[in-house]
Design a protein around this ligand. Structure first.
Ligand code: IPE
Ligand code: IPE
Ligand code: MG
Length: 243
């Protein structure tokens, strides 16, 4: 992993970047390839983005890999995707670990086949003390599913209604130990949340590059960071100049 410091960067780097990695299917179709070839290219691209994220000083990266709705795709695509993830895990885990990446899973493990579930659990355990980059993998993740999970757990724990506030809910989210995302990127030109970080994303800045995910490389990420650095995040207040 190349971690040379790179000076061509804005001063203000988002602490937490989240990415909806969209457009693999269209990338493949544009080349006359099967959709799974797009998913393979997309998975390979992740390596470059992880390296760039470490290099650019991003602390938390959350990637949307498979949504609770993606089970509705044709069986061959779902099983192909599972196979690609399994292989990628096998190939990349050591490298990620050696480079100080801590893997976390957000979402439900239940519908995932047992060998892949085990791989995910082992990877989380292996990397739990790494601190250079926290990588949240949203896999079988849905924002509404997460909120339902939070409510169920809060009830199970017998919490009193007066105890329930933002902070308590944050503790029960799949992302419990991550700050809210500062920047959410969705590739491929689509402009919607598709059930991603429904609670956490309320004040995120959004960025919608038109390139498909397999073509969203390091320089595209740099552009996103420059774009972000020009945003004024007001959180409901007024600009300092107007106060
Ligand atoms: C995103 O690419 C990857 C997953 C949802 C797993 P898509 O597969 O959604 O690609 P498009 O949107 O059909 O081009
Ligand atoms: C969102 O993309 C999910 C992931 C990228 C994993 P989709 O391609 O599934 O979303 P829709 O169906 O276009 O909203
Ligand atoms: Mg899509």
């Amino acid at each position: 992993m190349n971690t040379d410091s790179d000076r061509n960067l804005p001063e203000k780097i988002p602490q937490h970047v989240a990415i909806i990695m969209d457009g693999n299917g269209r990338w493949a179709r544009a080349r006359g390839l099967p959709r799974l070839a797009g998913h393979r290219a997309g998975t390979e691209n992740l390596r470059a983005i992880l390296e760039a994220s470490v290099e650019f000083g991003i602390k938390y990266l959350t990637i949307y890999a498979f949504s609770t709705e993606n089970w509705s795709r044709p069986e061959t695509e779902v099983s192909g995707l599972m196979r690609i993830f399994k292989n990628a895990f096998g190939q990349e885990l050591r490298n990620l670990h050696e480079n100080g990446v801590q893997l976390r899973h957000i979402g439900k493990l239940d519908r995932i086949d047992t060998p892949l579930q085990q791989k995910i659990k082992d990877a989380v355990e292996l990397t739990k003390n790494n601190e250079r980059l926290i990588l949240n993998i949203a896999f079988n993740y849905g924002g509404r599913d997460e909120i339902i999970h939070v409510i169920q757990e809060i009830i199970k724990d017998g919490r009193a209604p007066e105890e329930i506030d933002d902070e308590l809910i944050n503790q029960y989210l799949y992302t419990a130990d991550s700050p809210d995302p500062d920047l959410i990127i969705r590739t491929s030109g689509e402009m919607r949340a598709s059930n991603f970080l429904v609670w956490q994303g309320v004040y995120a800045e959004w960025y919608f590059p038109t390139v498909y995910w397999p073509d969203f490389g390091k320089e595209e990420l740099r552009k996103a960071l420059f774009d972000y650095s020009e945003r004024e995040r007001r959180f409901g207040r007024v600009s300092p100049g107007d106060a």
